[in-house]
Design a protein around this ligand. Structure first.
Ligand code: C5P
Length: 217
């Protein structure tokens, strides 16, 4: 391997498949994995639980400083409304500063780390050994999210429609790409993978061969 503790940076919009790829790559290489979206979700969740305003930057910073990256509960934090709230919290620069510091520490873990999010290749780990930008059309992403939510829902439970999910995905893209601090965009040296017409297996193999080339050749 070229470097002893490599970092794999993966960015992309909501429901692009970046999380699945990041998890699988981490497992493949025996690296640590951090879904940085969970850090923003963790702050949003604590604010919602405490009945606090999502745009109270000082309060959000205090919550961010206390956040324990080891105890982020994906099952609780995956809720759709927490994702929406997270993208509101994520526009505040001071909050980003606190979370980015914690994410950078995580990136230095041995023997290596995979981080996925929106600004990993551009801001959090600009020197990452390999950067991937995973994307897919908004329709494909909404279709996948809809299928996932429908499969998890209890019998008879009301599930958001494809149209509602598509509208939310487009709203979230706009907020994530349009904010002034660390907007979602591919790093100049990122490899783009459009998964719209790919199976998970094909996307994984494409990502794996890019990572192997970067880490070993
Ligand atoms: O990826 P996920 O949907 O869990 O992220 C929730 C929100 O957190 C995103 O919509 C985005 O606004 C924010 N986020 C961010 N930077 C990251 C990861 C997530 O701004 N690195």
């Amino acid at each position: 391997m070229k470097k002893l503790t490599p970092t794999i940076a993966i960015d992309g919009p909501a429901a692009s498949g970046k999380g699945t790829l990041a998890r699988r790559l981490a497992r493949h290489f025996g690296f640590h994995h951090l879904d940085t979206g969970l850090t923003y979700r963790g702050v949003a969740h604590a604010l919602l639980e405490g009945n606090m305003l999502l745009d109270n930057e000082d309060m959000a910073c205090l919550v961010a400083e206390k956040l324990d990256l080891g105890s982020l509960n994906k099952d609780i934090l995956s809720a759709h409304e927490i994702g929406e709230a997270a993208s509101k919290v994520a526009v505040m620069s001071k909050v980003r500063g606190v979370l980015v510091d914690a994410q950078r520490k995580f990136a230095n873990k041995e023997p290596g780390a995979v981080l996925d999010g929106r600004d990993i290749g551009t801001v959090v780990c600009p020197d990452a050994e390999i950067k991937l930008y995973i994307t897919a059309s908004p329709e494909k992403r909404a279709e996948r999210r809809h299928r996932e939510i429908s499969q998890k829902a209890q019998e008879g439970a009301e599930v958001a429609t494809f149209e509602q999910i598509l509208a939310d995905i487009m709203k979230r893209d706009e907020r994530d790409m349009g904010r002034s601090d660390s907007p979602l965009k591919p790093a100049a040296n990122a490899h783009l993978i459009d998964t719209s017409e790919m199976s998970i297996e094909t996307a994984f193999n494409t990502a794996l061969s890019l990572v192997e080339q970067a880490l070993w050749e």
